[in-house]
Design a binder for this molecule. Structure first.
Ligand SMILES: [Zn+2]
Length: 80
C-alpha cells in the first residue's frame, strides 16, 4: 500500500481473481475520485434511481388494466 495512490483494492479477473491497489491518484481521504465513498454512494443512488424509474414505467403499463378504483388505490400506494 502506498499513500499516493487510492487505497481501494480492485478485484481483477485478469489477474486470476487477485486484487490490486487502485492505480489512480488519491485526491481525497486517500481515495481517487472514482472510489471515494461519496462518489460510490452517488453512483449507487443513480443506478437505484434508474431502477426505480424502470419500475415506475412498468407500473404505468400495468395500471392501465386496472379499474378506476384500483388505479386510485395503486396511485395512492405508490405515492405517485
Ligand atoms: Zn481508486
Amino acid at each position: 500500500m502506498d499513500s499516493e495512490h487510492c487505497k481501494t483494492m480492485v478485484y481483477s479477473s485478469e489477474l486470476f481473481g487477485r486484487s490490486y491497489q487502485c492505480q489512480r491518484k488519491a485526491v481525497k481521504d486517500g481515495y481517487c475520485k472514482q472510489h471515494h465513498p461519496d462518489s460510490v454512494e452517488k453512483r449507487k443512488q443513480k443506478s437505484e434511481g434508474l431502477y426505480n424509474k424502470t419500475l415506475n414505467q412498468r407500473a404505468m403499463c400495468y395500471v392501465i388494466y386496472l379499474t378506476d378504483e384500483q388505479l386510485l388505490n395503486e396511485v395512492k400506494r405508490r405515492g405517485l
